[in-house]
Write a protein that binds this ligand. Structure first.
Ligand SMILES: C[S@@+](CC[C@H](N)C(=O)[O-])C[C@H]1O[C@@H](n2cnc3c(N)ncnc32)[C@H](O)[C@@H]1O
Length: 204
């Protein structure tokens, strides 16, 4: 089913590749088919490229759980020291700017139910701003502080069996993502598997 979706529908931005989408959708399918309770959240949705596929997969399974998207809709924040890469500069503050309307238009055009969307900097949110229970969290904020803040938000809300997928874990141009995940797992119990550039993290 996942490969059929990936073959049938366009990838509407260049911020996630087909192989990465496959890993994300396999994780989502796993929580759906094993009955893990809770919503699906994406922190760093940009134009909704991955979100569209996640909603399509939920629909294909007849699964009505809520998809909730979070983004500054002001583009990326400033990098901090842990984001420095010997490969040079990838992205500057304000880049990857999309609007909430871009996302809702993409969902409407695709004929999909509009997700819940919240415009905010992750640092300004609290875990109480997340759904009460989360089955799958996709963290795609690119930078150290964005991923660290995202983990802080979703971790207390994860259901037993939930999965956290973090983009750019194995992307040397954006080393902050891996630093945030590794640091988090030094003080929180979790498993980690790397697939393409993604980390697939489970809470123990
Ligand atoms: C690589 S894009 C996300 C790509 C998206 N997941 C997709 O499927 O196309 C990164 C997004 O994260 C958002 N972002 C990064 N850090 C953030 C932060 N600290 N707070 C809020 N949004 C943030 C940016 O605005 C941008 O839209």
């Amino acid at each position: 089913m996942i490969d059929q979706l990936l073959a049938k529908f366009p990838i509407v931005s260049d911020q996630i590749q087909r192989d990465e989408l496959r890993v994300l959708l396999q994780s989502l399918e796993k929580v759906v088919t094993s009955g893990v309770a809770g919503s699906v959240v994406e922190l760093g949705c940009y134009k909704g490229t991955a979100s569209l596929f996640m909603q399509r997969l939920l629909d294909a399974h007849g699964d009505g759980r809520q998809l909730c998207l979070y983004d500054s809709f002001e583009g990326l924040p400033e990098k901090t020291t842990p984001d420095a890469s010997p490969l040079g500069i990838q992205f500057v503050a304000g880049e990857l700017l999309a609007s909430c309307k871009d996302v809702t238009s993409n969902f409407r055009r695709a004929g999909l139910r509009t997700p819940e969307i919240r415009k905010a900097w992750f640092a300004d949110l609290r875990p109480e701003d997340m759904p009460r229970s989360i089955a799958l969290a996709f963290l795609d904020g690119d930078y150290y502080e964005s991923i660290r803040d995202s983990l802080r938000l979703v971790w207390p809300r994860l259901s037993p069996g939930a999965i956290v997928v973090v983009d750019d874990y194995a992307n040397q141009a954006l080393p902050g993502a891996a630093r945030a995940v590794d640091e988090w797992l030094r003080s929180h119990q979790g498993s980690i598997r790397v697939a393409h550039s993604l980390a697939v993290v489970g809470k123990k």
